[in-house]
Design a protein around this ligand. Structure first.
Ligand code: SF4
Length: 243
């Protein structure tokens, strides 16, 4: 029998041991220390790829928005290409390709998507970077959390949450900008002329970004993410799993 096929020995002992593990189910805020080094640089580079999401709606092509999901006219504009509803199978193929690539990468290299590219990881990383800059390293943050409220604590907390909310607003407007001319959209938001659906999208994104990336962080993976639920079937003993 190969090493891989060998059944786990002392499985009852393992289960009994696991029952004593301490699991943070959301009651405690994890203040992780930010470590410099090669993987940190790789993480910033991967995060920078999300700039494409933030900047793409501002691109112009022949006088119109280069990337636009024009739902009222049932058209998807991608630079010179226009995709009609009957071409949606193309989109399905692209999505299937990305899904299979994701599964293959996970099987070989482990949680590369989760660690470097997932929007939840990237946004939470930026939010905690702001927290780090505002409130200091993990020890200082824990001290600040435990300290009584005074002017300094109020100022630091208000600034941090205001910056988080500003990022949430930009994230929301950017998403809406894929469905409507983004320059007009900014104008409409700033002059409060946006239709109700625009406010609904904005509220959903502010809530989602602020709560998921700012408050819940890794608990989103623990409680909400469907991908986390199915990852275990994609890895085997040859997959790269840092522990
Ligand atoms: S478990 Fe889900 S939410 Fe968490 S990093 Fe992975 S894909 Fe993103």
């Amino acid at each position: 029998m190969s090493e891989q096929d060998k059944p786990l020995e002392n499985i009852e002992a393992l289960y009994a041991d696991a029952a004593n593990w301490h699991v943070n189910t959301g009651g405690e805020t994890i203040h992780a220390k930010r470590m410099p080094g090669r993987f940190r640089r790789l993480k910033w580079m991967a995060a920078a790829s999300w700039l494409a999401y933030l900047l793409a709606p501002y691109l112009r092509w022949n006088g119109t928005q280069a990337i636009l999901f024009d739902v009222p006219h049932r058209q998807f504009h991608l630079f010179a290409l226009t995709i009609w509803p009957q071409d949606v199978w193309l989109l399905s193929l692209v999505l299937i390709f990305f899904a299979i690539t994701l599964f293959a990468v996970t099987a070989v290299a482990g949680r590369v998507w989760c660690g470097y590219f997932c929007f939840q990881t990237v946004w939470a990383d930026i939010f905690t970077w702001i927290e780090d800059r505002m409130e200091g390293d993990p020890i200082q943050r824990r001290k600040l959390d435990a300290a009584p409220w005074d002017i300094r604590k109020l100022r630091l907390k208000l600034t941090k949450h205001a910056l988080w909310l500003a990022i949430a607003v930009v994230t929301g407007v950017t998403f809406a900008g894929y469905f409507s001319d983004i320059y007009q959209l900014w104008h409409d938001y700033l002059t409060l002329q946006v239709p109700l659906i625009g406010w609904v999208v904005m509220a959903a994104f502010i809530f989602g970004t602020y709560v998921f990336a700012g408050l819940m962080r890794e608990q989103v993976c623990f409680w909400l993410c469907p991908y986390a639920r199915i990852q275990s079937v994609m890895v085997d003993r040859n997959s790269v799993i840092p522990t």
